[in-house]
Design a protein around this ligand. Sequence first.
Ligand code: IPE
Ligand code: IPE
Ligand code: MG
Length: 254
Amino acid sequence: MASDAHPEIELSSIKTFPVHVAIVMDGNGRWAKNKGLSRSEGHRAGGEALDRLLDFVVTLPIPFFSLYAFSTENWKRPVSEVQALWDLMNEFFEKRVDHCIQKGIKIRASGDVSKLPLLNRKVLKRVIKKTENCSHLTVNFCLNYGSRDEILHAAEKIMQERLEFYKNGQKNKAEESITEEEFEKYLYTHPIPPVDLFLRPGGEKRISNFLLWQSAYAELYFTDKLFPDFDQNEMLKALAWFEGRDRRYGSLSE
Ligand code: IPE
Ligand code: IPE
Ligand code: MG
């Protein structure tokens, strides 16, 4: 139901859609606290909100959707909360995989997934494999993801490659300068295009180490709605707002 303050937006009124939407799924803890529930219950409600959101996004002409699910900094939380998050993730994937295949949702991951608990790595590998031929919507789960880590990882890979060229006597190749295109090949998100619309529910107006390189020209949308309450109408509001942006990329308006 639409509230008076936020009349429902008609999907048919939106003509231009972003290619890549990224969302910081923030505010689960505060949502739970407001209701006198545990933080884990907040994360569970976040999972349910994600379920509903994916069912909506898959109906839109949006090919890429990145989700910030666990940051490189989230390990600082109590072990019990970290474990609850990984358990929920396994449950989410196990429960959703057939539905994803049916809807044409391809699951992929970005981040240093080698540090995930063994069972999570196994489950993730399985859903990635099972959904690899789905082509409607790519959902990019960012797990143990941090942009600084990603950028250092890319720099290291390029350094190793240059060293190999040296070892093979290819001095010219070893000394070539690094282009943006080359660098991007080593980002965890490759070959997903740059972020067009960066969403952050939860009230914070910060990036928190999410897709820094990829969001260089993203439109940033912040809302106080907590992630478990971020529904279809909230998504439509963000998309309607996005359509109104004048994206100049440093140039001038048409
Ligand atoms: C979810 O929200 C973010 C994850 C790490 C999954 P939070 O747990 O950060 O919720 P708040 O910010 O404490 O409300
Ligand atoms: C960002 O939210 C990480 C995820 C949503 C996975 P946080 O709650 O960890 O970010 P900060 O600590 O408020 O910056
Ligand atoms: Mg938070």
